[in-house]
Design a binder for this molecule. Structure first.
Ligand SMILES: [Zn+2]
Length: 305
């Protein structure tokens, strides 16, 4: 099993601790760390792959023969409009439903660039699974190279108060599409890929998905982005402590991410975190293979197990 090897962590000093705490607070404790406009983020080493809204829409429309493609909503930034697309395959009405959220954080490009490739794979395999993809959830951030939206909000902290149009669109899609499972495609500063799952994710689903990723050449992380060792390569199962901390975080700071929101609805959600550094091919591969692995499992009745 290929597992990423890590350099020893840099020595901690008082000034590095201050910096780490500042970055931690900005990324995890604040829903709106910036005012308009959204800045490019470079303090955690993210490497952008390049995103252009019109090019992305064209890449989706190239698959119009097999998919229904619509504009879910539009956001405006600096007098430019950016579409958020909604793509669905044509599966039988009673097929299980998988909702894919791509690019909730705009500067995590791999999960967005993976979408046209996911469509190619789905067109070729024509699974009996209804797949709906929101892409990108944060088109302004994706264009500007920012984690945040055009108003400076972290959309993935806004699933309690729903102050952003992007979070409200996702909330409405969840209500209308009524998925059995959600997968949210992210990237992070760790050296390879890992998955975490909320409490309603069917037992065994994440483990089987990780086995498939491993078999298909996706490099699995041995630690998460806080440097904590994972119990198994590529997998950070949700602990009770973690769950309670997230609830506390929602109650005190009014913030909630999609995984916790899904949890409150009784819905399973898996989050992929690939490394936001390295070769584009490897970064995109993790997202394509995870979505395809979940589709295969749902087609085989995996959501009921
Ligand atoms: Zn993210």
């Amino acid at each position: 099993m290929p597992v990423a090897e890590y350099a020893p962590p840099p020595k901690r000093t008082l000034s590095s601790l201050r910096r780490d705490l500042r970055v931690f607070a900005k990324y995890h404790l604040v829903r709106r760390p910036h005012d308009y406009p959204a800045p490019a983020e470079d303090d955690m080493g993210v490497e952008l792959l390049g995103f252009d809204s019109a090019t992305h829409v064209r890449a989706l429309e190239a698959h119009a023969a097999h998919f229904d493609i619509a504009t879910l909503g539009t956001v405006t930034y600096r007098e430019r409009s950016f579409p958020i697309s909604w793509v669905r395959n044509r599966a039988p009405a009673d097929a299980p439903r998988l909702l894919v959220l791509s690019g909730v954080h705009g500067n995590e490009h791999a999960g967005i660039l993976a979408v046209p490739r996911i469509l190619s794979r789905l067109a070729a395999s024509a699974p009996a699974v209804s797949v709906g993809i929101v892409t990108p959830v944060n088109p302004v951030g994706a264009t500007e190279g920012s984690r945040f939206n055009g108003q400076g909000f972290d959309i993935n902290r806004d699933f309690r108060r729903f102050e952003t149009v992007e979070a409200r669109l996702v909330r409405d899609v969840i209500a209308d599409f009524d998925p059995q499972l959600i997968v949210s495609l992210h990237e992070g500063p760790q050296d390879a890929s890992f998955i975490f799952a909320n409490r309603h994710t069917p037992p065994g689903l994440a483990e089987r998905a990780i086995t498939t990723l491993d078999a298909r050449g996706v490099l699995l992380a041995s630690s998460d982005y806080f440097g904590r060792r994972l119990p198994a390569p590529g997998y950070a199962p949700v602990s009770l402590t973690n769950h309670l901390l997230t609830k506390l975080w929602a109650a005190t700071l009014g913030m909630m991410h999609t995984g916790m929101y899904a949890d409150e609805l009784g819905l399973g959600e898996l989050t992929l975190e690939s490394s936001w550094r390295g070769r584009e091919e490897e970064r995109v591969l993790a997202h394509v293979e995870l979505v395809c692995a979940l589709v295969e499992q749902l087609a085989a009745g995996g959501a009921a197990q």
